[in-house]
Design a binder for this molecule. Structure first.
Ligand code: FMN
Length: 318
């Protein structure tokens, strides 16, 4: 398969422990994008964020670190820091929809201001030592903002533009606008990657047969819910394996052990694993019940019982 599969950045989920454990059990993902890095007022990055992108924590992973900023000096600082860590390609977040971010004209909050996007790129691209890709939505409030931004991006050497065809205001709800995505393909000279709501092999096949010129596909929540998805896409076969539950169970156990090593205390671990089960449960029969069992577990021993019940009394349906 010549198409590339990219793991989407999901803050709190696709961290280095997840990425490494995923790689031990599953194949099919070509590049993994880190959740965004952002500097504080004093131009400092949080230690936990730096840890997430350290090369020693990302061995055998094609990692693309993502940054979020609207200030050239921060952009240049983070680019140089990442280059010094060995990265040659970084990604700029123009998609985050959360008001705390967008109110500051960051993430998708920068999309209505194409002049600012142009200004930032004009200042940073001549001096940063790394190649840049951009991950964006089609607009903040208006679905057609992107039509004004793509001509701006055409002026610059951008490696790839990953488009999630929702507006920031939509958050993660409502339909993806594949018609706007289709129009974008004709309006840019850059390589475009599709991202959004690919949850099944069928979703991928429909989109990839509609957008034949698109060669890279970013998977997020669908891949967390069903870690086999990239392999199903690679082999064009949903049922390529008949022991998915056993493989999932082993993957889950190693993943929770990794977090046990790194997180302080049981409640931290339980909270972390609950987030995963919001996604995993979607691949089980009785997904509501599956999630509820985990959510109700108030100790590690109860959590283990819940996982055992989920994996032995339910079936893997994805
Ligand atoms: C909880 C959560 C956290 C996210 N964090 C990031 C992030 O740090 N950077 C980013 O570019 N996108 C982030 N995203 C967006 C995803 O990368 C992706 O664009 C979105 O979920 C749509 O793709 P999907 O339908 O395949 O999940 C996040 C999404 C969710 C649900």
């Amino acid at each position: 398969m010549s198409n590339k599969i990219l793991l989407a950045p999901i803050q709190g989920v696709t961290d280095y422990q997840f990425r490494n454990t995923y790689n031990k059990f599953f194949k099919g993902v070509d590049y993994m994008y880190s959740p965004y890095l952002r500097v504080d007022k004093d131009m400092q990055l949080r230690n936990s964020k730096v840890k997430d992108i350290l090369p020693e924590n990302n061995k055998d992973i094609n990692l693309v670190p993502q940054i979020m900023t609207n200030k050239p000096e921060e952009f240049i600082y983070m680019s140089k820091l990442l280059f010094d860590k060995g990265y040659e390609h970084i990604n700029w977040n123009l998609g985050c929809p959360f008001p705390m971010v967008t109110n500051r004209e960051l993430g998708s909050g920068l999309l209505p201001h194409h002049n600012k996007i142009e200004d930032v790129l004009a200042k940073v691209l001549p001096v940063i030592p790394v190649k840049l890709s951009i991950k964006m939505r089609i607009g903040f409030e208006d679905e057609e903002e992107i039509f004004k931004i793509l001509p701006v991006l055409d002026k610059f050497p951008v490696l790839e533009i990953i488009i999630h065809p929702r507006t920031g205001k939509q958050m993660y709800k409502g339909e993806v606008n594949t018609d706007v995505f289709e129009k974008c393909l004709a309006l840019t000279k850059h390589k475009i990657c599709y991202n959004g709501d690919i949850n099944t092999l069928d979703d991928y096949n429909k989109l990839s047969s509609r957008f034949k010129t698109v060669k890279s596909w970013m998977l997020g929540r669908g891949l967390i819910a069903n870690p086999f998805l990239a392999m199903q896409i690679n082999q064009n076969d949903k049922d390529f394996s008949d022991n998915k539950m056993d493989i999932f169970r082993e993957f889950h156990d190693i993943l929770s052990e990794e977090y046990m090593k790194n997180l302080s205390g049981p409640s931290h671990l339980l909270n972390k694993m609950r987030v995963f089960w919001e996604y995993f449960s979607l691949s089980f029969t009785n997904s509501h019940k599956v999630y509820k069992r985990v959510k109700k577990a108030t100790s590690i021993s109860k959590y283990k019982i819940a996982v055992e019940q989920n994996c032995s009394s339910e079936s893997w349906i994805a």
